[in-house]
Design a protein around this ligand. Structure first.
Ligand code: FPP
Length: 250
């Protein structure tokens, strides 16, 4: 997109002050469907369309990274029919959308414990990451079977193992070491967390990485969270005074 087109589309936004990394908790799919007398899965289907639109907006305005919480380690506790619908949806979407995302230079990564996922989904995940790994557009992290505590636990074990093997000195471990062992090691920490549907919880999402994230909560259900709602969240972010524990931003 040309600079002029960009400026028109994102009017009112300071393109020099964008968050580098936006994380989204896509909540409210079920309630959106219920409100319309539809089965919950229709909410997830519509939610996937929303995610595509938000990803494109991030790519167009130059946001470096978008991380979406698609399935938590706790979500296995949902009815089997919903869990298998979601697994099939992820797989179908990857098959259907990969070529277009690749063409748009999206670089896809998956975070979370991927081993328990259906093998056919794992194959699509591997293919998507491999095909898009050198792309230069938005980095799109999809969290599937992801839990922040589990991620930190795995990092601690891996670090402890290196110490036990004599390959890492205890004194050399610092915050950066832990960040390096997380699934998100390739991404900057999120600057902004958006959660839809009004809940004010982190729900075990990016616990380490979100230490200084600004939080934006909207009552809008995820399927209704369109690009203009997203830009409202970015504009709200740009008004925040980020002090990182200090007294002034300077
Ligand atoms: C939470 O809403 C939503 C989910 C657990 C699933 C999110 C998945 C998508 C939007 C599909 C995205 C696809 C890809 C490829 C990443 P909820 O069901 O908890 O809603 P409720 O709180 O109203 O019940």
């Amino acid at each position: 997109m040309t600079a002029q087109l960009l400026a028109n589309k994102f009017i009112g936004l300071d393109l020099q002050k964008l968050p580098q990394h936006v994380a989204v908790i896509m909540d409210g799919n079920g309630r959106w469907a219920k409100q319309r007398g539809l089965p919950r899965i229709e909410g997830h289907r519509q939610g996937a369309n929303t995610l595509k639109a938000i990803l494109r907006t991030c790519n167009d305005c130059g946001i470096n990274t978008l991380t979406a919480y698609a399935f938590s380690t706790e979500n296995w506790g949902r009815p089997m029919t919903e869990v298998s619908f979601l697994m099939t949806l992820f797989e179908k979407l990857l098959r259907k959308e990969l070529a277009e995302m690749h063409q748009e230079e999206v670089c896809i990564r998956f975070i979370g414990d991927l081993d328990p996922l259906p093998k056919t989904l794992q194959r699509e995940i591997d293919r998507a990451m491999d095909v898009t790994k050198n792309n230069t557009g938005v980095n799109f992290n999809v969290a599937i079977n992801y839990g922040g505590r589990l991620e930190i636990l795995k990092a601690c074990k891996a670090i402890a193992n290196r110490v036990a093997q004599g390959n890492l000195a205890l004194e050399a471990i610092n915050e950066a070491t832990i960040s390096d062992y997380l699934d998100t090691s390739a991404s900057p920490d999120p600057d902004l967390l958006i959660r839809t549907s009004g809940e004010m919880r982190l729900s075990n999402f990016l616990l380490w990485q979100m230490a200084y994230a600004e939080i934006y909560v909207t009552d809008t259900f995820w399927p209704d969270f369109d690009s203009s709602e997203f830009l409202k969240a970015i504009s709200d972010f740009q008004k925040r005074d980020r002090r990182f524990g200090k007294l002034t931003t300077n």
